[in-house]
Design a protein around this ligand. Structure first.
Ligand SMILES: C[S@@+](CC[C@H](N)C(=O)[O-])C[C@H]1O[C@@H](n2cnc3c(N)ncnc32)[C@H](O)[C@@H]1O
Length: 398
């Protein structure tokens, strides 16, 4: 976007102005979360490998799966301390940004309203009055976000969009592979451009887009494409629309349930999502994949970034990933990880030979050369969350 136009379009993020003490708390929480998820996790893993597992083996009770490991680790101080710190750091990520947002809220709402009316770059925001939010979102605070993604307390509310967005920055701020927003979209879009060199999508849809963080980077790799993002959470869509307007990226946001969308058949060439499928009910997963089959044009691609399924990693990694089932208000996470993504795609009508489920390299840390080597089959992608991302999907038969 031209510099003068960027200055004219207000930046909703600039309204987030923490005081000295708020900033100190936010930085502390970010560091605490990193300490739990990286340092304490390493210590716990060492404790398991060097002490707990050998003792179980010596007693003839070697763990067969992640549940056995969890049962053994629940009694260990290394796990209990790690889990407690991780749980509280998770909650504090969102709590730490609330006072700053509360103060800025009237100005944020005003900015969101103005940009939704002006649409300075041709994007759009389509909300549905009395929209029915599915129970798997409305019944609990997913990720321990107070008020979850969707709650609204005033007209044109953007608070939960801001809490999710800024809380997410505290959450990922010190994570080595997630420091910048949109790293997943950056990685998947570059992978698509190398894996399918002739693929030039005209319309891209992001499911469960929240505020479009992992949709906007597609504009870089596929500048010809129109971008669409759907979500059930109005505050997140309002906030995302304002962000995109400032960035100069025309995005069409709409409030829709991915189980049943109002787009016509064959409307999209590319359907993506990030961190989405594990949060919806098992029945919803099936409906959403059926919708992807309906909405994709022949030759179109869907690429869903998700956690690796249980069969894709070993028992200890499953024990680590499945922490969220009990501790992070993600009741369908376990069932999703226990399912087989390629079987789910085939059940939705995709051709088995066109389906995929594997890791890709993180683009920011690996770069174009490693990505090309990966696509040629010369190297493996690093583990999910540590330099790689797990994706599944399919190309619809032309
Ligand atoms: C973890 S967030 C996704 C994060 C986002 N994709 C990103 O990368 O920043 C999950 C999102 O899915 C949305 N969601 C949950 N169920 C949905 C459904 N059935 N249809 C559309 N959106 C849904 C939630 O409101 C939430 O914004």
């Amino acid at each position: 976007m031209a510099a003068n136009l960027a200055q004219q379009v207000p930046d909703i993020e600039m309204l987030f102005q923490p005081t000295h003490d708020e900033r100190a708390r936010q930085q502390f929480v970010s560091g605490l979360r990193k300490h739990a998820i990286i340092d304490m996790r390493e210590d716990m893993t060492r404790d398991y490998r060097e002490r707990v597992e050998p003792a179980l083996v010596a007693r003839g009770t070697q763990p067969a799966d992640w549940r056995d490991i969890e049962r053994a680790m629940e009694k260990q101080p290394s796990y209990r301390f790690y889990s407690t710190v991780r749980y509280h750091a998770q909650e504090m990520c969102y709590l730490s940004v609330q006072p700053t947002i509360e103060r800025a809220l009237p100005a944020m709402i005003e900015t969101g309203r103005k940009l939704a009316t002006d649409n300075p770059h041709g994007g759009s925001l389509r909300l549905t009055p009395n929209f029915e939010v599915p129970r798997y979102v409305s019944a609990l605070d997913v990720h321990l976000i107070p008020g979850c993604f969707h709650s609204e307390h005033t007209a044109d509310d953007v608070a939960q969009g801001a809490v999710t967005s800024f809380g997410g920055k505290i959450f990922t701020g010190q994570h080595p592979y997630r420091k910048r927003p949109g790293v997943v979209a950056e990685s998947v879009s570059h992978w698509l451009s190398v894996r399918y060199p002739d693929f030039k999508p005209r319309r891209i849809l992001d499911l469960g887009t929240t505020s479009g963080k992992n949709l906007m980077p597609y504009a870089q790799v596929f500048p010809q494409a129109e971008l669409y993002g759907i979500d059930v959470a109005a505050p997140a869509l309002r906030f995302g629309h304002a962000l995109a307007a400032h960035e100069g990226i025309p995005v069409h946001f709409s409030q829709q349930n991915a189980e049943d969308m109002d787009f016509p058949d064959g409307h999209f060439d590319l359907i993506v999502s990030s961190f989405f499928f594990h949060e919806v009910s098992s029945a919803a997963v099936k409906k959403i994949l059926n919708e992807c089959q309906r909405l994709l044009t022949p030759g179109g691609v869907m690429a869903q970034m998700e956690l690796p399924n249980e069969a894709a990693v070993g028992p200890y990694e499953n024990f680590f990933w499945n922490w969220d089932i009990h501790n992070n208000n993600e009741p369908f996470y376990g069932a999703f990880r226990a399912s087989e993504p390629i079987e789910a795609c085939v059940a939705a009508g995709f051709d088995r030979a066109q389906c995929f489920a594997h890791r890709i390299p993180d683009f920011a840390s690996s770069g174009p050369e490693k990505l090309a080597q990966f696509v040629r089959g010369e190297i493996e992608a690093p583990p999910h969350g540590a330099g790689g991302w797990f994706i599944f999907g399919a190309r619809k038969l032309a």
